[in-house]
Ligand binder design. Structure first.
Ligand code: NAP
Length: 260
């Protein structure tokens, strides 16, 4: 299937590893020119080189913290008129809400709600003028099915989801579509880190915990970031402008419901 994206330009945030990296690879395979971001310059440069070698795409690495104004300005300076924006950042820590002070909450809201909103604000009018825009926000399955110890993630991402639901319907007539992808468990460094913590706490091998989690899923496995990237590229396709303001849950069927 030709997604009709050859020659388009994308900013993919938080993309040196994990889900962001997978989205960048899938878009590069479709002939999209990329600006990718992450805080650790050396890892980001290595990922950019890997994607160039894999796909032949033009990839610019812009190191910086996307949750800061400077980080966002640097990404936008490298790609002032993106056709595609993939919003992503690290997730907030786990814990007990009694331990979270105002500063921690502001950090979570900044990273997982306000950063995507301000990036959308910076690019959406240009997309409207050029009559093409695709925005995908990487949120979390926790928006639909809360994970109690990830309360800051549940809260901040729900705020983004509410905002996007309204905005997506204001801009859709201009061929600018905004959707969210909600990951369940995908085997990235973040998820591996969670399994390693649990393995230490329970004195059990990491692999056993991964297998246990996999068994709890109707798909019988955890997700592969590459399939997340493919879904993201699909939601950026030139042909999907009738898919508006949706929340695509990728969790192998773990959320039990007759309708999504
Ligand atoms: P990951 O493997 O830890 O990768 C995170 C990527 O984001 C890295 O490239 C990291 O590079 C970059 N990054 C983090 N904070 C950043 C910042 N402030 N500015 C710029 N880049 C930043 O994580 P992941 O599993 O792909 O998760 C991506 C998002 O999906 C997170 O918000 C996570 O909570 C959410 N999520 C993941 C899963 C899952 O199963 N994997 C499930 C639900 C939700 P630097 O550290 O160098 O900046």
């Amino acid at each position: 299937m030709d997604l009709g994206l050859k020659g388009k330009k994308a900013i993919v945030c938080a993309a040196s590893k994990g889900l962001g990296r997978a989205c960048a690879i899938a878009l590069a395979r479709e002939g999209v020119d990329l600006v990718i971001t992450a805080r650790t310059a050396s890892e980001l440069e290595a990922t950019a080189a890997e994607i160039r070698a894999m796909t032949g795409a033009n990839v610019i690495a812009v190191a910086g913290d996307i949750t800061t104004e400077e980080g966002r300005a640097a990404a936008l300076a490298a790609c002032p008129e993106p056709d595609i924006l993939i919003n992503n950042a690290g997730g907030p820590p786990r814990g007990d809400f009694r331990d979270w002070d105002r500063d921690m909450w502001i950090k979570a809201v900044d990273a997982n709600m306000l950063t995507p909103i301000f990036l959308i604000k910076s690019v959406v009018d240009g997309m409207i003028a050029r009559k093409f825009g695709r925005i995908v926000n990487i949120t979390s399955g926790s928006v639909k099915s809360p994970i109690p110890e990830l309360g800051m993630s549940n809260g901040a991402r729900a705020g983004l989801t509410g905002f996007v639901a309204g905005l997506a319907r204001q801009v859709a007539k201009h061929n600018v579509v905004i959707n969210n992808i909600l990951p369940g468990p995908f085997l990235t460094d973040r998820l591996r880190g969670g399994f390693q913590e649990a393995a230490r706490a329970s004195n059990r091998p990491v692999d056993e915990l991964v297998q246990e989690r996999a068994k709890g899923s109707p798909a019988g496995r955890v997700g592969d970031p590459a399939e997340f990237g493919d879904a993201c590229a699909f939601l950026c396709s030139a042909n999907i402008s009738f898919i508006v303001g949706q929340n695509l849950l990728l969790d192998g069927g773990a959320f039990n419901s007759s309708m999504s």
